[in-house]
Design a protein around this ligand. Sequence first.
Ligand SMILES: Nc1ncnc2c1ncn2[C@@H]1O[C@H](COP(=O)(O)OP(=O)(O)OP(=O)(O)O)[C@@H](O)[C@H]1O
Ligand SMILES: Nc1ncnc2c1ncn2[C@@H]1O[C@H](COP(=O)(O)OP(=O)(O)OP(=O)(O)O)[C@@H](O)[C@H]1O
Ligand SMILES: [Mg+2]
Ligand SMILES: [Mg+2]
Lengths: 258, 258
Amino acid sequence: PTPIIAIANQKGGVGKTTTAVNLAACLAERRKKVLLIDLDPQANATSGLGLAKTEGASIYDVLLGDRPLAEIIQQSNDPRLDIVASEVDLAGAEIDVARADQYLQRLAMALEPLAHQESYHFILVDCPPSLGILTMNALCAADGLLIPMQCEYYALEGISVILNLVNKLHESGAAPRLAVEGIVMTMYDMRTNLSRQVVEEIRNHFPDKIYDSLIPRSVRLAEAPSHGLPIIAYDPNCTGAAAYRQLAREFLKRRRNM
Amino acid sequence: PTPIIAIANQKGGVGKTTTAVNLAACLAERRKKVLLIDLDPQANATSGLGLAKTEGASIYDVLLGDRPLAEIIQQSNDPRLDIVASEVDLAGAEIDVARADQYLQRLAMALEPLAHQESYHFILVDCPPSLGILTMNALCAADGLLIPMQCEYYALEGISVILNLVNKLHESGAAPRLAVEGIVMTMYDMRTNLSRQVVEEIRNHFPDKIYDSLIPRSVRLAEAPSHGLPIIAYDPNCTGAAAYRQLAREFLKRRRNM
Ligand SMILES: Nc1ncnc2c1ncn2[C@@H]1O[C@H](COP(=O)(O)OP(=O)(O)OP(=O)(O)O)[C@@H](O)[C@H]1O
Ligand SMILES: Nc1ncnc2c1ncn2[C@@H]1O[C@H](COP(=O)(O)OP(=O)(O)OP(=O)(O)O)[C@@H](O)[C@H]1O
Ligand SMILES: [Mg+2]
Ligand SMILES: [Mg+2]
């Protein structure tokens, strides 16, 4: 079945959405068919790909079993990249889903038929900055967890929390297929010692998990969402585009060797 | 009674903790007695002030009524700045608090006796990156909401969501005293058009809310937490220290003119 990759980290602002949108676009450029699911009520991945946040378009009803997933899949500007949009109502879903049966498996159950149809090469899920019900659903549905990690001190502190959670979910059977796909270092600024120190710390602690590709801090990456475009459409020759293309290559290479 | 200021924004990584820690330290430097409450399970404000995350030290038991607040107040290196630490257990509080009576008023009830003792000039509350139960408790307990806002596009999108919530909580009576204290622009990089455009957009939409003080992007601000120090102790003469001192002056001036 189609591998499902959760892009999560409870630390805020580490580049989850930027990685979800740009990795999805770079995989599509390499002729992979990708579905991106925006599971964050902030709906940044939705606007980052140029879609409007429309009421009723989010995965909310699907998680409660009131609507089939196929009905809410939308096309993006790229024929190989589809998206399930989000909207602010999704914030209310946490409480409703928490009261539903098998509340951690709602996304897994909704995605299972689609994953078995294999109409996509990958399903990516952009998560909100917390380890609440929505992120837990993504982890329980996922085959892999991709952790974007800012090259800063506060981001360093939280990494063991999410890694422990992955072990607990895997061992308890709530997330039977879940393994750490990799850690991608973002907003790397080669001019500062702080960035180098944080990368070194992660390389020492998790040598087999960290991707070689480092995503540099680049204002072009921060500008692209205001045009509703992934970086390879907004500024195909900038350092940010090159870095995400490299990450897509490395992501595919690791998957082949799994 | 002592004014309670919530520092909140559901967008992740916008500088909530950096603002909470450094504004608290700058107010203490101006001879104000301040209590900083870390309401985020990530416990970044706790480590940002050099305290250890110890199990059982968080506000978790206080929110459930099992322990008085006074028992968990700790001293920081600064005699005028006290802190209520956080730890990872606090993540479990969201579910337990949601099931308690008056689940939105738990923090307000816990803080009320302390606010009436007036042993502090200000109580600041650092919030997690969400509009879940913990942040809602902070808003319902607060007199003012300080919104740190990164000078970037995704941060712009979320501002109306939290402002609408403030109106709803105020009108419904859940947060009777709550008003927007101000919007502080963070990580301002004068070299980029993006920063200038976002600041202009906020100035146009919320001219009476935005602080004049702009917090510049400065690596010294990102380095200070790894030493467990606020910026005025880590590098008192850097641009980040000057900017937070200016914000403290402006914050006090606005409060006086209220
Ligand atoms: N490599 C980069 N260089 C410069 N800016 C970046 C980079 N990656 C992301 N950004 C910008 O930093 C901010 C945070 O990134 P993003 O929103 O993708 O993080 P996030 O983890 O999804 O945040 P949240 O926790 O709120 O979901 C955004 O304004 C984004 O445009
Ligand atoms: N003005 C600044 N210049 C440079 N770096 C900054 C600045 N303000 C904050 N930072 C750094 O940016 C990152 C995000 O800031 P911070 O953690 O304070 O945001 P937050 O809103 O509290 O995040 P979260 O949503 O996870 O709670 C941190 O690594 C911090 O050290
Ligand atoms: Mg995001
Ligand atoms: Mg924080």
